[in-house]
Design a protein. Structure first.
Length: 498
């Protein structure tokens, strides 16, 4: 079977139509992109496949081949490429694509990014198409072209819903606190989340905690960082200015005000270099670009030991040092890190296809160094559930709870907790009941727990108490946190059989 979609691209400010053809062949599940520049082909392949999977859809059996009709050096083909892949695998019908062009770059989590020159693209599309699918942020720019119906999409879920016969997504507000944070969470997408994942994301957002998501085959690993970022409050004007300055130095285009106020979301992939992660004196690296936001470290066991070591100062104190012959500089790197790891080496799409033994899986996860695990507070296995959970709170109520929790922490400690700023044991026990402090002191004297581990567990327990509106955590919270931590570390070293 073959499928065809069209994208309106820009070449030296001249809009033109590029065909994206998809073909499905026999083989292991995968995606191959042809006809684009090598860099764009690789990035489009990664974004399309990750975007489909992290939108809750499974990748089909077989190899999907995507071919562009002409060489094109831009990433604005992502949305058309994703539509072609879904069309050739019969995940969506073709009816609405026959007179439709698509423009947009995908994020790894399935959200759709804006692209430049949309009015020129819309004018070109109106000459041969009735509909144009665009990122929500570009809808106003394209909406006044006569004879063209603009379909704004904030995420891949919006496109799939429309292609399956649903109404055109409403144009969401581009300003106001939390507008962009909640835009891509449709009720259907939100209902698929597990209460445990929502709680973990709220704890990470409220307390600045780092998270490790060890996922079984087929699990959408990028939903968790996307959720944490959605639950974080908008940046203040001062914070936004600091963040946008680093992104400007990296050569990124200036975002509009609503996007500028959102915490950044940055991926770190196994193919990234040390210079790309740490940065240079002339260009900030990924760690600095993720400052005050979320850094997603994908496929952690696949990272080289040298890259992992670069993360150490950011995990420990929220900074990164850059040294060169011309001098040295210390830059901010205070991001909530979400580490993702498949729990087996084979990379199967479905659990039933995995043939890895427990020993092989344990050996694969053992590539994660112990020092890094010691600096992670939250461990998670499942993010989604098969059936919607009836008691799941709304996204808005969880965001409000996160904001209240950070205010409680700010009132108690003088500042809301941020990544890389650990509290010491003496500070962490301040405000606890006397019997809880006595029990912890006894456990430390007996060697059952170290002061550093006790402080980390206390920091997590304080965040949970703040989210629940309690005056302080109790001793049960602390031991439960320690037991969960110990249990997850043990599972990493000795995975259960399938």
């Amino acid at each position: 079977m073959e499928a065809l979609t069209r994208v309106v691209t820009l070449d030296d400010s001249q809009a033109r139509i590029v065909d994206i053809r998809a073909h499905l062949s026999v083989g292991d599940a995968g995606l191959r992109v042809h006809g684009l520049s090598p860099t764009v082909s690789r990035e489009t392949r990664d974004r399309v496949r990750a975007g489909v999977r992290n939108s809750g859809m499974s990748w089909p059996d077989g190899v999907v081949h995507l071919t562009a009709s002409t060489a094109h050096p831009r990433s604005d083909v992502d949305l058309a490429a994703a539509a072609a892949a879904l069309l050739v695998t019969e995940a969506v019908p073709a009816r609405r694509l026959t007179a439709t062009a698509l423009v947009g770059e995908l994020s790894l989590d399935g959200t759709v990014r804006s692209v430049p020159g949309m009015r020129s693209r819309a004018i070109a599309a109106a000459a041969g198409f009735t509909h144009l699918v665009v990122p929500t942020a570009n809808a106003a720019e394209a909406g006044d072209v006569p004879g063209l119906t603009v379909i704004p999409v904030a995420c891949l879920d919006d496109l799939v819903s429309w292609l399956r016969g649903g109404p055109a997504p409403a144009l969401r507000p581009e300003s106001g606190e939390g507008a962009l944070a909640t835009a891509s969470w449709t009720p259907e997408a939100w209902a698929r989340l597990s209460p445990t994942a929502v709680r973990a994301a709220a704890v990470a957002a409220a307390g600045g905690h780092h998270t490790l998501h060890v996922a079984a085959p087929g699990t959408p690993v990028l939903l968790l960082p996307r959720l944490i970022r959605a639950l974080m409050a908008d940046l203040t004007d001062t914070e936004a200015l600091e963040v946008s300055t680093w992104h400007f130095l990296a050569g990124e285009p200036a975002p509009d005000r609503s996007e500028r106020l959102r915490p950044p979301g940055v991926p770190l992939l196994p193919g990234d270099t040390i210079a790309g992660v740490a940065g240079s004196l002339s260009r900030p690296g990924l760690l600095t670009l993720a400052h005050r936001g979320v850094l997603t470290v994908e496929d952690l066991p696949e990272l080289s030991a040298r890259i992992v070591e670069v993360l150490r100062p950011a995990l420990e104190n929220g900074t990164i040092g850059v040294t060169a012959a011309a001098g040295a500089e210390t830059r901010p790197a205070g991001a909530r890190m979400v580490f993702t790891a498949r729990d087996c080496l084979c990379g199967s799409i479905r659990t039933e296809d995995c043939r890895c033994t427990p020993a092989q899986r344990a050996g694969y996860l053992a590539r994660i160094p112990q020092w890094l695990l010691d600096r992670v507070d939250l461990f998670l296995r499942k993010v989604t559930v098969a059936e919607p959970h009836p008691s799941l709170p709304s996204l808005e109520s969880v965001r409000e709870g996160v904001a209240r929790a950070r205010e409680r922490a700010r009132y108690r400690w003088g500042a809301a907790p941020e990544p890389g700023t650990e509290i010491d044991y003496t500070t962490a026990v301040t405000g606890l009941p006397t019997h809880a402090v006595r029990e912890l002191d006894d456990a430390i004297r007996q060697g059952r727990i170290t002061p550093r581990t006790a402080a980390r567990c206390l920091g997590l327990a304080w965040t949970r108490a703040d989210l629940d509106g309690r005056a302080h955590p109790d001793i049960a919270d602390i031991w439960l946190t320690l037991a969960h931590r110990s249990g997850m570390l043990g599972l990493l070293r000795n995975p259960a059989p399938r």
